[in-house]
Design a protein around this ligand. Structure first.
Ligand code: ACO
Length: 320
């Protein structure tokens, strides 16, 4: 017994912010951003919070899968930007959906979050504890971005993607995930003050801070490495894979992964030009786009892979 993705959905805020829009608030240009990252525009949430975006994506995924809300046994929301410390975003999604039977909790693994969530629900399903799951990746990174820092503010966008995962004879063949906390400082968002009311410092969340070159080096090594590892674990050859659906941080990272895996770039769909890096949402947002475009046929072999703050990484190989 394994589990299978039987439906997908996504949500992106209506507000489009182009590179030219950003060049009016920081010293940058469309040419610099496109040539370094492949990003042309991103969606920025004005009104929508993480739980709202996650709920909308989840509704579409359930509709696409043809499952009823009462079928959902577990909701896992991968996010680093929950609207509140508590209740968990997943509980807010559960309430908004009316998924009364489901257990709901969040996972923080930054841009690897959707892969971590998928691995968690796959494990529950494999052991027979649950049968039908909702895995959602949603992030509202625009609230953590320092809009005066051109090194980071041009990279990120907001959005959500979701998948319904159900027990099945075919589907996920293998998954890997990993963490290296010793590299935590290369991509972080720490409390601005480490205090409490007794020492006079009210804790506040800081801004996202990134050593871009170190993150880049980490990603171009780790992404192909974990893709090779997951394929080896499934006893599959890289040639069998139709699409490699990678975290959408930067087209140069995707290009480098394609080169290291010796696979044509056409097998690596990208949409960061329109959404930027949406963190935990990026992999399910792209998966949903391919699904809605009818590009995924039954039996297709897919690899999903992500990397992110922590540092963390994860990959899955599956049959559609
Ligand atoms: N516009 C114009 N110039 C800029 C900008 C900008 N937006 N940002 C930086 N620069 C300047 C820098 O100040 C620097 O100028 P200097 O040479 O005068 O000092 C110059 O451009 C080069 O800066 P670098 O940081 O060396 O640029 P690099 O080629 O490394 O590209 C980038 C930066 C795009 C951030 C790249 O390092 C990268 O993509 N890293 C990986 C980022 C990533 O994947 N993040 C997501 C991780 S996981 C997660 O999503 C949470």
């Amino acid at each position: 017994m394994t589990s299978k993705i039987i439906g997908t959905g996504s949500y992106a805020p209506a507000q489009i912010v182009t590179n030219d829009d950003l060049s009016k608030i920081v010293e940058t240009s469309d040419e610099w951003i496109v040539s370094r990252t492949g990003i042309r525009e991103r969606r920025i949430s004005l009104e929508e919070g993480t739980s709202y975006m996650a709920t909308e994506a989840a509704k579409k995924a359930m509709e696409n899968a043809g499952v009823h809300v009462d079928d959902i046994d577990i909701i896992v929301l991968a996010t680093t930007t929950a609207d509140n410390c508590c209740p968990a975003g997943a509980c807010e999604v559960q309430a908004a959906l009316g998924a009364e039977k489901a257990v709901a909790f969040d996972i923080i693994a930054a841009c690897s979050g959707f892969l971590f969530g998928l691995n968690v629900v796959n494990s529950f399903i494999q052991t027979g504890i649950y049968r039908t799951a909702l895995v959602i990746g949603a992030d509202h990174l625009s609230k953590l971005v320092d809009w005066t820092d051109r090194g980071t503010c041009v990279l990120f966008g907001d959005g959500a993607g979701a998948a319904v995962v159900q027990a099945s004879e075919t589907g996920i063949r293998h998954m890997v995930m990993g963490s290296d906390g010793s590299k935590g400082s290369i991509l972080s968002c720490v409390a601005r003050t480490g205090g409490n009311h007794f020492n006079g410092n009210v804790p506040e969340l800081g801004y996202l801070h990134m050593n871009g070159q170190e993150v880049f080096k980490f990603a171009v090594k780790k992404v192909p490495e974990c893709v090779s590892q997951v394929l080896a674990g499934a006893n599959m050859d890289v040639e069998e894979i139709k699409y490699f659906i990678l975290h959408q941080a930067n087209y140069r990272i995707v290009e480098a992964a394609a080169k290291r895996l010796r696979q044509p770039l056409e097998k690596f769909p990208m949409n960061m030009d329109r959404y930027g890096n949406t963190s935990a949402a990026s992999v399910p947002l792209l998966l949903d786009e391919l699904n809605q475009e009818g590009k995924l046929k039954q039996g297709d072999k897919l690899v999903l892979a992500g990397f992110g703050a922590g540092m963390t990484w994860g990959a899955a190989v599956m049959e559609w």
